[in-house]
Design a protein around this ligand. Structure first.
Ligand code: GTB
Length: 215
């Protein structure tokens, strides 16, 4: 059964692959699972049909037969648990890969996403510079810990896993900020993720959606 995911009909990131359907597309590409995409507008996301799938009116969602999932991390975990390639077989290594999935979404992503929101919505506030500084300090702490743990390894814990997949999608949001570049090993880590054929396929697929929406 071909799963169906939802994605922005017109992503505000203009095809940079920063919306959270990107991580789901990438996971599906890594495991070789074909998928269909249903594009939704901001209006449609807030209507009952979509709210029945995603109570917060967001993308992405994932439908596979009777199963409906939301939360990109849960979707990637589901894909990783049901296909080979994104989680190690060894029980302890598998637990550590899941740990890195949580670290990406629960520890590293929050200050990075907050920074994006601040740059969009708080730019005109008198306290904006201070707020941005605080968020960038928090991000620097996370990047310091992450780069120390990555060391000169290719991936966070041995072979590429769903933990790396999520971490790379989170770090990509820092492109152009100068923050990632403070840690050359992390820049190389992100570049390694982005060079994976499955990433390229997923990226091109979401970019094609944006290009088509431009007409
Ligand atoms: N925790 C949920 C998950 O991981 O699935 C969060 C889902 C989420 O934030 N979805 C966003 C959404 O649907 C899109 S990805 N927002 C619409 C709404 O809430 O009304 C977040 C996002 C949006 C835009 C950019 N961008 O333009 O760069 C990047 C990421």
């Amino acid at each position: 059964m071909t799963p169906i995911i939802t994605a922005f009909a017109r992503s505000p990131d203009r095809g940079q692959g920063l919306a959270r359907d990107m991580r789901v597309r990438w996971a599906l590409e890594e495991v070789g699972q074909a998928y269909d995409v249903r594009l939704v507008s901001f209006d449609q996301m807030k209507k009952p049909t979509h709210l029945a799938l995603q109570p917060f009116g967001q993308i992405p969602t994932y439908e596979e037969g009777d199963l409906v999932l939301f939360e990109s991390g849960a979707i990637v975990l589901h894909v990783a648990q049901h296909h080979a390639g994104l989680l190690p077989d060894d029980t302890n290594a598998r637990a550590r890969a899941v740990m890195w999935m949580f670290a990406a979404l629960d520890t590293v992503e929050p200050p990075i996403f907050e920074r994006t929101l601040a740059m969009i919505f708080e730019r005109d506030e008198p306290w904006y510079a201070q707020r941005l500084q605080g968020l960038e300090d928090a991000i620097r702490k996370r990047l310091g810990g992450l780069s120390a743990r990555l060391g000169d390894g290719d991936w966070l814990d041995g072979a590429f896993s769903a933990g790396d997949l999520l971490m790379v999608t989170v770090l990509r949001r820092l492109h152009g900020s100068g923050l990632l570049e403070e840690h050359p090993s992390l820049s190389r880590y992100v570049a390694r993720g982005e060079a994976r054929p499955a990433f390229r396929r997923a990226f091109e697929a979401q970019r094609a959606v944006f290009a088509a929406s431009e007409g």
